[in-house]
Design a protein around this ligand. Structure first.
Ligand code: SAH
Length: 236
């Protein structure tokens, strides 16, 4: 009996080792350190955002060979020449959206699905568009596997938003167009916030808000994102 139990334990330990060099609690520890040092430590205050980034398993959304670096303070390659932003930038942009829990959110640039997962923790429904089919399909499968049933991924060009689900309370763009796409402004609900990087080499992060009287545009910080592809390039 005892021997059989030992065999089971060995099998289980081996299984864990083969799936993941790092045991599950070490991932949670790495994530807590990331939140403490890189995110809260740099001035992100919204407790809901901090809880979301402490919860989303970023290592499950990056390519397997990048897992060990998932909680480091830098962007990571996610394939097809694209990158996932450093955790601080994800948290900063998310905080700027001021989500309270009942919003419909649009994301342009699904990439790995990490930002979408963070949004899914904080809002009611997340609609996310990715132009590279392979990335969009992989993110859709990974998000479903992790149980994010409130994220809807579409493969296509996000320049024109997702009119069937508009208006949105919040829109976040994670690839940089040279100008603000008008269709995204048009799909903002009254009271809605759009956060996006704009520019070619030197980019600025903007927050655009719609209220009853019109549109307000505010400069946030300087950033570096991959360029927005598709219609954004021909509309310059
Ligand atoms: N938010 C992502 C980071 C994505 S990097 C994450 O959390 O991982 C930017 C992504 O935008 C890339 O995957 C790129 O393919 C995509 N992209 C670029 N132009 C796009 C467009 N016009 N519409 C939708 N996605 C676009």
């Amino acid at each position: 009996m005892r021997a059989r139990r030992l065999v089971l334990v060995v099998f289980f330990a081996l299984g864990c080792h083969m799936q993941n060099a790092t045991p599950p609690d070490a991932w949670a520890e790495a994530r807590e350190r990331m939140v403490r040092e890189q995110i809260a430590g740099r001035g992100i205050l919204d407790p809901r955002v901090l809880a979301a980034v402490a919860h989303v398993p970023r290592h499950e959304l990056v390519p397997v060979e990048m897992r060990e670096q998932a909680y480091e303070d830098r962007p990571l390659p996610i394939g097809r020449g694209q990158t996932i932003s450093q955790p601080y930038v994800v948290a900063y942009m998310t905080e700027q959206l001021r989500l309270r829990g009942d919003e419909r959110v649009l994301e342009v640039g699904t990439g790995s699905g990490y930002q979408a997962a963070v949004l899914a923790e904080l809002a009611r429904e997340v609609y996310s568009i990715e132009i590279v089919p392979e990335l969009g399909e992989r993110a859709r499968a990974d998000l479903a596997r992790l149980g994010y049933s409130n994220v809807h991924v579409r493969v296509g060009d996000g320049y024109r938003g997702w009119p069937e689900h508009a208006p949105f309370d919040a829109i976040i763009v994670t690839a940089a167009p040279g100008h603000v796409p008008q269709p995204l402004i048009d799909q903002l609900a009254v009271g809605g916030r759009l956060v996006l990087p704009v520019g070619d080499f030197e980019q600025e992060l903007l927050r655009i808000e719609r209220d009853a009287t019109g549109i307000r545009r505010e400069h946030l910080i300087g950033v570096r994102f991959v360029p927005m592809r598709g219609e954004a390039e021909t509309q310059e």
